[in-house]
Design a protein around this ligand. Structure first.
Ligand code: PRP
Ligand code: MG
Length: 214
């Protein structure tokens, strides 16, 4: 019988990619080829690594095509509420925030009533505003969200804030922190018994790495 392998997804390119590979490496998993290849195997551990787009990963986990992923919590909040959460990994820390132009006086969330908000995180924003009893119009865009107020597309934006430099460069200020996020192990609700055993070993190793880092 063919030996079972665990399928792990990491971000193909972007801010999580390097730290994700590093934590696997620190866990003693050496991956064979570079990321030009979309799939790579480990030499010394029964795992295949798939390089995928962040936003696609929740669906792969849901379908059981991927067993486990290293992903920003913010992505799970936005479109992966049904995905099992494993260890928080301590890197890629960020906030998901609402921001408004620096020149605007901001007194509180009620100021956003009836306003236009540009975002790549519609579900997160909708939920947050609903909780606060605010109704706003959402414009969904996939990137460069912070430009929206400057070109008259929106009154406010909701996006990830890490260093704050993108907000700064676009003359925006953080108005509300909606959630704090970091990289996390995200586990498929459909993982098989055999692969769960491999995952247990991986999680054990990752926990040791995290302990050593603190
Ligand atoms: C991300 C995010 C913010 C920015 C936050 O964008 O969408 O715009 O980083 O980081 P900072 O606070 O350190 O500036 P990214 O550069 O990944 O590009 P994109 O929005 O076009 O995907
Ligand atoms: Mg951006």
């Amino acid at each position: 019988m063919k030996k079972e392998k665990l399928r792990i997804a990491i971000q193909k390119s972007g801010r999580l990619n390097e730290d994700s590979l590093q934590i696997l490496k620190d866990a003693g998993i050496s991956i064979d080829n570079g990321k030009e290849q979309l799939k790579a195997s480990a030499r010394n551990f029964p795992v295949d690594v798939l390089y995928l787009r962040n936003g696609d990963i929740p669906q792969y986990l849901r379908d059981g095509v991927v067993d486990v992923a290293i992903l920003g919590e913010n992505v799970l909040v936005e479109k992966g509420k049904d995905i099992i959460r494993g260890e928080k990994l301590g890197f890629s820390k960020c906030r998901v925030s609402l921001a408004v132009p620096k020149s605007v006086r901001y007194n509180g969330i009620q100021d956003l009533e009836g306003k236009k908000i540009a975002t790549s995180y519609p579900n997160t924003v909708k939920e947050y505003l609903a909780e606060k009893g605010i109704t706003a119009e959402l414009h969904i865009i996939n990137g460069s969200v912070e430009i929206a107020p400057n070109i008259g597309l929106a009154d406010a934006i909701c996006d990830i804030v890490s260093s704050g430099s993108t907000l700064f460069k676009n003359n925006l200020k953080e108005a509300e922190v909606m959630l704090k996020s970091e990289a996390i192990l995200a586990i498929s609700p459909k993982i098989s018994e055999e692969r769960q055993q491999i995952l247990d070993q991986l999680q054990f190793r990752i926990k040791s790495v995290l302990n050593a880092r603190t």
